[in-house]
Design a binder for this molecule. Structure first.
Ligand SMILES: [Zn+2]
Ligand SMILES: [Zn+2]
Length: 140
């Protein structure tokens, strides 16, 4: 999709504008996402050149190939980004993301019991995901 959608963190110090994005949500239940996100993380993609960020952002390298970003004041999760890759943005920052469908879960077999998500989207298990993304395995 293109146009402009706007997002912000909980305290409003960080704002994010997107000029292009993919209106589809992926959820991840890997160990890092569980710990960072209160049980799971969800995201939707936008290419780097379509993302405009204002405000101070803190970055954390949870794994050696990606960063997580958050607001240093309120702690809201902003994005996960593989080095040089698209942004995987937190849907909760964007009012427009409220209607984006969930299209896949990864590490579905690692989900905490409360974090079972309804729907008939693909559920990719850890073994399958890591065989398709060999750079991930060592960091889990
Ligand atoms: Zn904030
Ligand atoms: Zn994950």
């Amino acid at each position: 999709m293109s146009g402009t959608i706007h997002g912000r963190c909980l305290c409003g110090d960080v704002t994010i504008a997107l000029s292009r994005w993919t209106p589809e949500i992926s959820a991840c239940h890997c160990a890092n996402c569980r710990r960072a996100g209160g049980g799971l993380m969800a995201g939707f993609d936008a290419p780097a050149d379509a993302v405009t960020v204002t405000g101070e952002v803190r970055r954390f390298r949870a794994v050696d190939f990606a960063e997580r970003a958050f607001c240093p004041r309120c702690g809201a999760n902003l994005w996960l980004r593989d080095d040089g890759g698209d942004y995987e943005l937190s849907p909760a920052l964007f009012d427009d993301a409220a209607t984006f469908p969930l299209v896949r879960e990864v590490y579905a077999d690692c989900a905490m019991r409360f974090a079972t998500l309804a729907g008939d989207h693909p559920r990719i298990e850890r073994t399958e995901y890591e065989s398709q993304n060999p750079h991930v395995e060592a960091s889990q």
